[in-house]
Design a binder for this molecule. Structure first.
Ligand SMILES: CC(C)(COP(=O)(O)OP(=O)(O)OC[C@H]1O[C@@H](n2cnc3c(N)ncnc32)[C@H](O)[C@@H]1OP(=O)(O)O)[C@@H](O)C(=O)NCCC(=O)NCCS
Length: 307
């Protein structure tokens, strides 16, 4: 078996890999458009090949010109008996080349655990990913707001303002991260200083296609900082981005006003759909989405290496 990253001339055979399970995958249209935009790159698509036939394929996503950031799709040919073993080996080869193990993101419908087809599709992939070092499991709830929902009222308690200085956001992010229920932030804080973690987060949000000028600080009418609200966008369209309330300001329902401001901002631009994810374990955030008329339409499963 040959394990290798792909080249331009593999394209036809890559397009021939078909996943017909109830799970997100790198289907031909996605493969072609992301190869063109640079979010997929042949260096970050790996195959297991025997006698010129692709028996397994793994596809990673990243920003154009950047490192692979998330595993997007794992395919194994139906003729392979040990699909877990082959997929795990393929991932291990790619991880060895990358020098780390990017997270694996899979989108499934709500209720996937009760759906035998979807849970089977997840089960073998998770086992393979686990064998390749992706052992931490996280379930994120995907929410959407659509323009037929009521437009939130402007906040009566908070004043929102823009701020050009990234350092001000770094400081606010650092404070908001204290006591967070967000898995990724907590994981990052286990190995990174609060200042550095905040700096990395700000840098990541800056890379997103949303405008930096959309970012807002929220203050009380007395001028005390309450939190941040960052409407943004990803490749698929407008997103909530990030919001957070300082620990000393929590428990007053300010989350509703920050989320309301982000939703209003997008709605005022004529946006028809705003998407957001939050960890299933971040109950105050999930409840805020539900109060604001966001609908939980799917689940994002994330597997990552243990820290
Ligand atoms: C999620 C968040 C914005 C909620 O803000 P908030 O304005 O305090 O929310 P609410 O006022 O609705 O809080 C509801 C309840 O949850 C509690 N709560 C809020 N955040 C909490 C936290 N991080 N840990 C424990 N409890 C929390 C509140 O104290 C309140 O409890 P009570 O009902 O007993 O008074 C805030 O926790 C936060 O900034 N977290 C860090 C950043 C984050 O997770 N952002 C979302 C990323 S998708």
């Amino acid at each position: 078996m040959l394990f290798r990253s792909t080249v331009e001339t593999d394209l036809d055979r890559l397009l021939g890999c078909v996943v017909d399970e109830s799970i997100s995958w790198a289907h031909p249209e996605r493969l072609l458009s992301f190869l063109e935009s640079g979010h997929y790159h042949h260096d970050h698509i790996w195959v297991a090949e025997r006698d010129g036939e692709i028996l397994a394929r793994a596809v990673w996503w990243g920003f154009p010109g950047g490192e692979p950031l998330a595993l997007d799709c794992v395919y194994v040919h139906p003729s392979v008996e040990d699909r877990v073993g082959l997929a795990a080996e393929l991932l291990r080869h790619a991880h060895a080349q990358y020098g780390d193990a990017p997270e694996y993101h899979v989108f499934v419908a709500n209720g996937w655990r009760e759906d035998p087809k979807a849970s089977a599709a997840i089960a073998w992939r998770w086992e393979a990913a686990g064998r390749a070092g992706l052992t931490e499991e996280l379930e994120r709830l995907r929410y959407e707001w659509t323009a037929d929902m009521p437009m939130p009222e402007p906040s009566a308690r908070l004043v929102f303002s823009g701020e050009d200085d990234d350092e001000v956001f770094v400081d606010a992010f650092r404070r908001v991260a204290v006591g967070t229920l967000d898995f990724h932030t907590r994981q990052a804080l286990a190995t990174t200083s609060p200042q550095e973690q905040a700096r990395q987060d700000v840098a990541e949000y800056r890379k997103m296609p949303g405008d930096r000028s959309w970012w807002r600080l929220a203050h009380t009418k007395d001028g005390d900082l309450v939190g941040v609200a960052l409407p943004s966008a990803n490749n698929a369209g407008p997103v909530v981005g990030y919001l957070g309330v300082l620990p000393e300001q929590r428990g007053h329902g300010y989350v509703d006003e920050l989320l309301g401001e982000i939703t209003r901002f997008h709605a005022a631009r004529g946006v028809q759909r705003v998407v957001a994810d939050t960890d299933a374990g971040n109950a105050p955030m999930a409840r805020a989405f539900e109060r604001a008329g966001y609908r939980n339409f799917a689940i994002r499963l994330v597997l990552s290496p243990a820290t």
